[in-house]
Every structure is written in C-alpha cells, then in structure tokens.
Design a protein around this ligand. Structure first.
Ligand code: HEC
Length: 108
C-alpha cells in the first residue's frame, strides 16, 4: 500500500515537472519571437545558432555573455533592460531545448 502511494506521488511530481518545463519553453519561444526574431530570424534558425553547451555558457550569470555580445548593437538597450532579465531563464530554456545539437526543431 505504501509503495502504491509513493508511486502515485512520483507520477504526480513528474507530470508537474514536465508541465512547468513546457511552459517555460513556450514562454521562451514567445519572448524569442518578440525580442530576437527581428534580427536573428525565426526560432528554429535562432536556436540553431549554438549548441546546448554554448547556450548554457551564453546565459550563465544572468546572461552576462549574451549581453556582452550585444554591446554596441541596436539590441543593447533591450539586453540591459528589465524585460530581458525577467525572461532570460525562459529564453535560455527555449534556446537550449532547440540548440543545434539537440535534435529538436521548434514549430516556429
Ligand atoms: C537589434 C538586433 C538584435 C536583436 C533584437 C537581438 N540581437 Fe543577437 N545579435 C545582434 C548583433 C548585431 C550581434 C553581433 C553580430 C553577430 O554575431 O551576428 C548579435 C549576436 C548574437 C549572438 C552571438 C552570436 C555569436 O556569434 O556568438 C547571439 C547568441 C544572439 N545574438 C542571440 C540573440 C537573442 C537570443 C536575442 C533575443 C533575446 C537577440 N540576439 C536579439 C543583433 C540583435
């Protein structure tokens, strides 16, 4: 009996985890379309700019590396703004999910 309820709580836990993961990726895709597409093309092209490991590197420390890459570009203001800061985790999740070595291709 105990193992059954443990099993059920594990299933519930895993499905909650899966739902929030997809939500982050979907949200990241939305913000990619709003904030990056105009310069870097659609999501599949943008995410394929880098491998998953490289996306991790670009987005660590709140996106320090990717912010630097945009210094002195027209996107500088956006990257230093609050909007990027608050969405950077979702953006990273989206770009990581579809990184060039991920084997996944987004629908946009
Ligand atoms: C106003 C145009 C513009 C916007 C908006 C923009 N970028 Fe960029 N991005 C550039 C330019 C210009 C560079 C530097 C030149 C280059 O490497 O293409 C660059 C560089 C990059 C690089 C580094 C490329 C490399 O060679 O390592 C990445 C990654 C990147 N952008 C991702 C993004 C993401 C993700 C977003 C949205 C959050 C975004 N960019 C929004 C113009 C833009």
């Amino acid at each position: 009996m105990k193992s059954v309820s443990l099993f059920i709580s594990m299933v519930v836990f895993i499905s909650i985890g899966a739902t929030s993961l997809t939500a982050d990726i979907a949200s990241g895709q939305k913000w990619y379309t709003k904030g990056c597409k105009s310069c870097h093309g659609n999501g599949s092209k943008g995410a394929a700019m880098h491998t998953q490991e490289e996306w991790d590197e670009l987005f660590k420390n709140g996106g320090a590396v990717i912010i630097k890459k945009h210094a002195k570009t027209p996107a500088e203001v956006y990257f230093n703004g609050e909007n990027f800061q608050s969405k950077s985790k979702d953006l990273r999740d989206f770009l990581f999910e579809y990184g060039s070595d991920s084997g996944n291709v987004p629908a946009c």
